[in-house]
Design a protein around this ligand. Sequence first.
Ligand code: FAD
Length: 596
Amino acid sequence: MQVYEAPLRDMRFVIHELHQDDGFGDLEALEEFSPDLVDAVLEEAAKVAQEVLLPLNRSGDIEGCTLENGVVRTPKGFKEAYDMFREGGWCALASDPEWGGQGLPEAVNKMTEEMICSTNLSFSLYPGLTHGGTTAIEAYASDELKQFYLPKMVSGEWSGTMCLTEPHCGTDLGMLRTKAVPQADGSYKLSGAKIFISAGDHDLTENIVHLVLARLPDAPAGVKGISLFLVPKYLPKEDGTPGPSNGVSVAAIEHKMGLKASATCQLNFDDSTGWLVGKPNKGMEAMFKMMNTERVSVGVQGLGVGEAAYQSAVYYARERLQGRSLSGVKNPNGPADPIIVHPDVRRMLMTMRAYNEGCRALGGWVSRALDAEKHATDPAVKQNAEDFIALMTPVVKALFTDLGHESANLAVQVYGGHGYIAESGVEQYARDARIAMIYEGTNGIQALDLVGRKMPAHMGRYLRSFFHPVSSFVEAHKADEQFGPMIAGLEKAFGALQLSTGTIAQKGMKDPEEAGAAATDYLRLMGLVAMAYCFAKSALIARDRLGEGTEEAGFYKAKLATAQFYFDRILPQATAAFLAIKAGKASMMALDDAAF
Ligand SMILES: Cc1cc2nc3c(=O)[nH]c(=O)nc-3n(C[C@H](O)[C@H](O)[C@H](O)COP(=O)(O)OP(=O)(O)OC[C@H]3O[C@@H](n4cnc5c(N)ncnc54)[C@H](O)[C@@H]3O)c2cc1C
């Protein structure tokens, strides 16, 4: 059964308590958002997620999207939900007030995204992609395009897409063929076929703004010859209302494993009018603005589904009666004990819980950096925030989605055979979560980005934005009487990360395949250390609050128990990752292609 109650207490812990001393300081621009206001927004977001989006999750999965006479219809209830969502101002939460946004702190935005993803991952893509599109337009489009398109997109009146993938090119965008021919009036005519376009067409908004990668006639080959264009579904009239159709048609909607209520479209552009965003042949740079925003958001998708899967599993583990507790009967009046008594079921529930709390804490830290990047007045703080975001973007994307999918699979396991049956609702989580590991750059590609670009950047400057706070924390707390062993665990894993960094840098310089072979394990190792740091900090805060005699002892005791579980049962994965990195590429690359 799909049950969900927003984890507001943990969200408040992350926002108000955990990251106060993270070096990004107080941001004057966000002072108006008092803790009370932040909490009130999160509570309202929880209501929208629980009352509006959750009831449409399973029905949307069953009904899916349909293509009727060239137009995509979303499942029953989606249009009404979207209208409510838009009218409530939820599309505009973190956008710049200059374009009609509310300029709320990123942590509030990301936690709201988490709630939306927990309750309806398919729905989340429609406003999510629009928000990502606005970031690229804001950073790279002409003033005229900004004035015309941003207010409508920020409000959610018009939606957005990102059109990169073509049948013959996914990861390797250098091969893309869509053409853009310059016109005398400064616009371009685009022609080509795109596939797998999320929210490529639908009935939620009156217009759709496609951001399309294409080639100019004289463009150099490969990624250096790609430009970015803004192509609306309907060409807007002078007064801003949608005008004639712009030659963008839907060839089909993809039939897929999950995410059924999100319309994934094959689109044809046929002499469609578009406008250049950014400079000619510099389209990847502009598209990366949107992709980086989306990558963090896709990470949050993993966390969102992981949380929903966890809650549904806990619900079932309390209800389902099977077997007796190994430590003596717990439910003497029933025919059996609830399965929550069994250590192996606890293992699964605690694993999901630790993944979710660890990811939420790390996501909160990255959100603080996103705010500092936007609002910090001290250039050193701003630079540090930019470095940290650059480093952590692939980690958030890949780690959170890997763990979210693992949690969804664990939830199916907690339900046993019933989890495999559609009525349980949890198999949907496993199907829905799977795509987040693939789109927006597969998780393997995220790992390559981490070792190939982020790790060596500016002689390790990005790494220092993360390594410095961790080593200072270890130094400050390693003699702690109660948590000394926990900090020692962090120190050991951090040491393994530092050693691995040196190994990869050294071996990778001589042989890039060595870096490629280590990448996925290195990303996991960094993610494990980052979560360990957040849990160790959380444990110290929890101890302080308990010492002060807090009225919320239950919350802080549970935080301590989850942190301890993380150190006992999850952080040991760091040793495995370290050993895999150390082993190098030899056995991985030993077989001839023909021997597989
Ligand atoms: C439901 C859904 C929604 C999507 N939404 C969008 C969207 O809105 N817009 C859009 O443009 N695209 C979208 N996509 C496409 C998605 O981004 C791509 O599927 C993804 O980038 C991978 O490309 P590919 O499928 O062609 O796989 P390939 O590129 O063929 O990769 C196949 C495998 O090879 C690996 N691989 C490839 N190259 C390398 C390399 N150099 N080094 C190491 N490993 C490598 C990959 O990691 C992967 O495991 C969507 C896809 C789906 C299924």
